[in-house]
Design a binder for this molecule. Structure first.
Ligand SMILES: [Zn+2]
Length: 231
């Protein structure tokens, strides 16, 4: 084989790898997002990532509990191991629980094998704490081929969101999130109970309350992802 052929072969292999690992999973994600957006009309799913965390999860649980609302929590396995009682409290209050990996690796910056192992470990850590994960939320909303494969094999549907509250990017005004969800006629809202103190924690609690008020005014169904499956 000539040097030119070798380079061409290498380029073709790399293109195939990018297609398989990134492009196809991304296109599948876009198709799922379109389907999700159709099913969120008149429905509100509040979803909390990166917990459980003693610094904020109890306040979120209290805000939800006072209003009799059910939500979804995507838990990090290593944090569940560190705070098993708090994780159990989430489930005991009737909330939906899903997996969000074991140590939160970035899917595009991890090799497929260690990424798959981390997902499997996160799932096991939830099960070991007596939880039954009902879905998987990809870290940073990024998917690769091994993510899809793992979710298919474990029958853990990928759980996207339609509205990012912006809590991890500095948004501090609940009214802006409420307006976006109102305009969309409902949605799956991304929030985080696993990071942030001070303003960020206040924002998460206040946005939770404001969105539940909006849902009540609009007469929307509130719950975990199961409310979308019935849509
Ligand atoms: Zn996360």
């Amino acid at each position: 084989m000539s040097p030119v052929d070798s380079v061409l072969l290498l380029l073709a292999a790399l293109a195939g790898l990018v297609l398989l690992q990134v492009v196809i999973p991304h296109l599948l994600k876009q198709a799922q997002l379109r389907s999700l957006a159709r099913r969120t009309r008149g429905r509100l799913v509040l979803s909390y990532d990166d917990g459980p965390w003693e610094g904020l999860t109890p306040r979120v649980l209290e805000a939800l509990g006072k209003r009799g609302a059910r939500a979804s929590f995507f838990l990090i396995g290593s944090k569940v191991e560190a705070e098993p009682a708090l994780a159990a409290r989430i489930a005991a209050q009737g909330h939906e629980v899903g997996s969000h990996s074991s140590r939160h690796p970035h899917p595009w910056r991890s090799d497929p094998v260690s990424l798959g192992l981390d997902l499997a470990r996160g799932h096991r850590q939830l099960e070991a704490a007596g939880l039954r994960p009902a879905g998987y939320r990809p870290q940073y909303g990024k998917v690769v081929a091994s993510t899809w494969l793992w979710s298919l094999l474990r029958r853990q549907p990928l759980r996207w969101w339609t509205v990012d509250s912006g809590d991890s990017q500095g948004e501090r005004d609940p009214a802006r999130v409420v307006e976006r969800v109102r305009r969309a006629g409902g949605g799956v809202v991304l929030l985080h109970d696993g990071l942030g103190t001070g303003d960020r924690a206040e924002f998460v609690v206040d946005t939770t309350v404001a969105l539940l008020d909006l849902a009540r005014e609009e007469g929307w169904v509130v719950g975990g992802f199961e409310v979308l499956e019935r849509a």
